[in-house]
Design a binder for this molecule. Sequence first.
Ligand SMILES: C[S@@+](CC[C@H](N)C(=O)[O-])C[C@H]1O[C@@H](n2cnc3c(N)ncnc32)[C@H](O)[C@@H]1O
Length: 307
Amino acid sequence: MHQTVLLKEAVEALNIELDGIYIDGTFGRGGHSSLILEKLGAQGRLLVIDKDPEAIAHAHKLFAKEPRVIICQGSFAKLEEFAKQHQVIEKVSGILLDLGVSSPQLDDAARGFSFLRDGPLDMRMDTSTGMSAATWLAEVPEPMLAQVLRDFGEERFAKRIAKAIVKARTEQSITRTLQLAEIIAKANPLKDGKHPATRSFQALRIFLNDELADLQRGLAQSLRVLKIGGRLAIIDFHSLEDQGIKHFFRRYAEGIDIPRGLPLTEAEIAKYRKLKIIGKAIRPSEEEILGNTRARSAILRIAEKIG
Ligand SMILES: C[S@@+](CC[C@H](N)C(=O)[O-])C[C@H]1O[C@@H](n2cnc3c(N)ncnc32)[C@H](O)[C@@H]1O
């Protein structure tokens, strides 16, 4: 079962208007979507998006009799395309992104995301496209593997782990999650209380699903999809995502792109400011973290489109 993180806080952040149009870009199992619908009136609309065919199948089941919901399979990196298709460009009152993997994805060994459950080494959120982790690991050159582990997992022992993986694959193909977890565990000397494969699995997942690039695309398109006054609420789970979101918010709230040294009037400067940051970052309460360890690293950031 998926336990929705920061449920009330994220939906409150969207400031739901009865007849507004909302987008849940990461449907998962629909925790946030269901609460948004509770607050929407009969004329309101909710577009739900997910890359994962299983999440989309769940959405069709859950909302079979819900005329206010439009279901779109694909990445939120295609936000603008979905919004155009459904004629809601610049009409959207709020967009929610709750990033990363869902508990059903982690819990189902067959998806290959977990270093604790044995399954085929897949790790794709969208299983209909792209390359599985096993296929990629069979071919990737060692320096590139080390770079992925370092850049997307912030793994200090990236080189050592990459070397061990490349050596192991010459003896036997790496096709199972626990097989890979064991190779990494043997190569990783760090004992910090976390499973030694945590950062490497995170890195492979982020890389194979193109998560950081998708996030940048989704953020950029949100500015063209939201109406003035529309809200953007994003829940992230690690520093790489958080840095990207903070930078994007600051860039459009402060107008970082304003050409230096130009004698601009206040009105001209205002044109570069597209967002207002709403409040401080919100973290889950102690109580929520006690009930759901996945919430531990969650951060909710909120902005409003102003221009
Ligand atoms: C943390 S879960 C969302 C949980 C959801 N808020 C709920 O309450 O059930 C993240 C979901 O986002 C999906 N996802 C991740 N990246 C995506 C992307 N770029 N585009 C669309 N869906 C994505 C995953 O497949 C997963 O189902």
